[in-house]
Write a protein that binds this ligand. Structure first.
Ligand SMILES: [Zn+2]
Ligand SMILES: [Zn+2]
Length: 368
C-alpha cells in the first residue's frame, strides 16, 4: 500500500529542489506516518543537496520536521494518531551509547541518518513511475507534505496549534546542536567567557544558551552585520565583524583569553584563530561543515596541554529530554530562539535556501 504525496526532490547534486508527486509506503510495525506541518532548513540539507556527502540521487532531504501523527504501526507505543511531534535524528536504541543516554553518539548514527534508505535497503519513497527515491535522511526526509519516521525519532510536544508546532521544528537539529553543545558539553559557569564563531542558527543558539548559563563576556564573530546586531539582542556583550577586524587580535583586545568557544563556520582559518584565542584551560566545540577546497585550508594551531578541542554531534543531546527542556526555557522567556526564524511557504524552498546562504535569513522554516 502506498499513498500519494508531494515532496521537494533533489534531482541531482547541486540542482534546485523540485516539488513533485511521490508515493509513500504505509508505515511498518515500528514506523509512523506524519503529516508535516513545518521543516527547518539546515546547512546539512544544503550540503547534502550539493553532493558533499556522496549520497545517491534523486533524494528527499529535510531533517527538522514537525508534524502531526496520522497513522502508527502496531508496535508503536510512544505516540498516537493526532499527537503533535518534532522529528529529531535517528538512533538505534540498542547500542551502548544509546543505552547510556547518548543517542547522538549512536554507533549506527551514519547508517540511520545518512543511509538514504531504510536499514534493510528499501526505500519509503518512490516516484510516480515506481523508481526508488532516496529517503530516511536523518530518519525522516521531511521536505515533504508527509514523511515516515521510526517512533524513536519522534518527540511529542505540547504545542497549542500548528503555528506553535512550526516554531518548534528547528529544535530538531540546529537549535538543539548549538544549545546542546553549550549546556551538555562545555557547561560554562557564571562569569566565564564565551565566544562563538559564526552567528547562524547553531552559533546563535549556542550564544543564547551561554547567556542563559550566565557566561560573560560573550563575543559573537561573523561577517554579516545584521547577524551581529541580532547577537547583541540575544546577549552578546561584544561583536566582531571579521570583514573589518583580524579575529584573534581583536578578541584578545576586547575580552582576553576565552574560556569556552563554539566554532560553527568550518573554515580552517577561523578554526585556527579560534584555537589561538583560547585560554590555557579553554574548551572549544566544533560543529561546522567545511565547504573549503583543500588549497584554501590552513593547518590550525594545535591545542595546548590543558585545552580541549572536540567535534560535537547534535550537542550530545538526548532529544526526548532536551527538546522539551528547550521548550520550557522558551516559555519562561529565557530561550528566545524564535528570533532566529523566518517562515516560507514550502513551494518557495529554493528562495529560502538562497536567503539562508546569503545570510539574510538565519533559520528558514518551510510551512507545508
Ligand atoms: Zn545506538
Ligand atoms: Zn541539521
Amino acid at each position: 500500500m502506498t499513498m500519494r504525496s508531494r515532496a521537494a526532490v533533489a534531482p541531482h547534486p547541486g540542482a534546485r529542489f523540485l516539488f513533485q508527486n511521490v508515493d509513500l509506503d504505509s508505515p511498518r510495525q515500528d514506523e509512523t506516518l506524519i503529516r508535516i506541518v513545518a521543516c527547518g532548513i539546515c546547512h546539512t540539507d544544503i550540503a547534502a543537496r550539493d553532493g558533499m556527502f556522496g549520497l545517491d540521487f534523486p533524494a528527499v532531504f529535510g531533517h527538522e520536521g514537525a508534524g502531526v501523527v496520522e497513522a502508527a504501526g502496531a508496535e508503536v507505543v510512544r505516540v498516537r494518531p493526532g499527537d503533535r511531534v518534532v522529528i529529531s535524528f535517528a538512533s538505534c536504541g540498542k547500542c551502548s551509547s544509546c543505552a547510556a543516554g547518548h543517542p547522538a553518539h549512536c554507533m549506527a548514527f551514519d547508517d540511520l541518518n545518512f543511509g538514504v534508505t531504510r536499514p534493510d535497503g528499501s526505500s519509503t519513497i518512490h516516484d510516480t513511475n515506481g523508481a526508488a527515491v532516496g529517503c530516511c535522511f536523518f530518519g525522516q526526509s521531511s521536505f515533504a507534505y508527509h514523511a515516515l519516521a521510526h517512533e524513536r525519532s519522534l518527540v511529542p510536544v505540547d504545542a497549542g496549534d500548528d503555528d506553535e508546532l512550526a516554531l518548534f521544528a528547528p529544535l530538531a537539529c540546529g537549535v538543539q546542536a548549538g544549545a546542546g553543545t553549550v549546556l551538555n558539553e562545555l557547561k560554562p559557569r557564571p562569569g566565564e567567557s564565551f565566544a562563538v564563531f559564526g552567528a547562524g542558527t547553531v552559533g546563535l543558539s549556542a550564544l543564547i544558551a551561554a547567556h542563559m548559563a550566565g557566561a560573560t563576556p560573550i563575543v559573537a564573530v561573523d561577517i554579516t552585520a545584521s547577524r551581529l546586531e541580532l547577537a547583541g539582542e540575544l546577549g552578546a556583550t561584544h561583536v566582531i565583524n571579521a570583514m573589518e577586524h583580524e579575529i584573534g587580535p581583536r578578541l584578545r583586545e576586547l575580552v582576553g583569553p576565552v574560556d569556552h568557544a563554539v566554532e560553527t563556520t568550518g573554515v580552517s582559518r577561523v578554526i585556527d584563530q579560534a584555537i589561538k584565542s583560547l585560554g590555557p584551560c579553554g574548551k572549544m566545540s566544533m560543529l561546522g561543515v567545511s565547504h573549503e577546497e583543500s588549497h584554501q585550508q590552513v593547518t590550525p594551531q594545535r591545542p595546548g596541554p590543558n585545552q580541549r578541542v572536540f567535534y560535537s554531534i547534535a550537542g550530545d543531546s538526548d532529544p526526548q529530554k532536551f527538546i522539551p527542556y528547550m521548550i520550557r526555557c522558551y516559555r519562561e522567556g529565557k530561550f528566545p530562539f524564535d528570533k532566529l526564524i523566518k517562515q516560507y511557504p514550502a513551494p518557495e524552498i529554493n528562495r529560502a535556501v538562497k536567503d539562508s546562504q546569503d545570510g539574510h535569513t538565519v533559520k528558514a522554516v518551510l510551512r507545508f
